[in-house]
Design a protein around this ligand. Structure first.
Ligand SMILES: [Cu+2]
Length: 143
């Protein structure tokens, strides 16, 4: 094998391993052990390249309190990713935009259990309002 091909292959290996690193986002998700739609959401995240550590908790109210999530902003599972809190069935596109823009907010939420959201059955991308987690929540965008 020529020196050129050897260095070309070495360069390709470097590029592909850095792409793999860029694609996987690590996150920790807290949920109650009996939550089916939480499991469906974890599968959705994993299908989209997230490395998710799912932890069962019997005290989700306490988890919400620890993360400063009010009852009105809360949902069935709470995730921590890159210093942000992601509450409920938030689409991956919203999380990726958050990690890119890095706004000075606590995180994002889709409060409650919205039917049209990832992990909750049929989901039409671009239709779901995602709220910011902050003192005065605003719509972060439709995803
Ligand atoms: Cu749910």
């Amino acid at each position: 094998m020529s020196r050129f091909y050897r260095s070309a292959i070495a360069a390709l290996l470097v590029v592909s391993s850095s792409l793999a690193n860029a694609a996987s986002i690590t996150a920790t998700l807290y949920k109650s052990p009996t939550c089916g739609c939480c499991e469906a959401y974890v599968s959705y995240l994993r299908q989209n390249g997230f490395e998710v550590k799912a932890i069962n908790r019997d005290d989700m109210d306490a988890v919400h309190k620890q993360n400063g999530i009010s009852p009105a902003q809360s949902s069935c599972h709470t995730m921590r990713v890159a210093g942000y809190t992601i509450e409920g069935h938030v689409p991956v596109a919203a999380i990726k935009r958050l990690l890119k823009e890095k706004p000075a907010i606590a995180g994002l939420t889709v409060p409650g259990m919205v039917a049209n959201s990832p992990g909750m059955g049929a989901f039409t991308p671009g239709s779901l309002p995602v709220m910011t987690l902050q003192a005065t929540p605003v719509v972060y965008g439709r995803f």
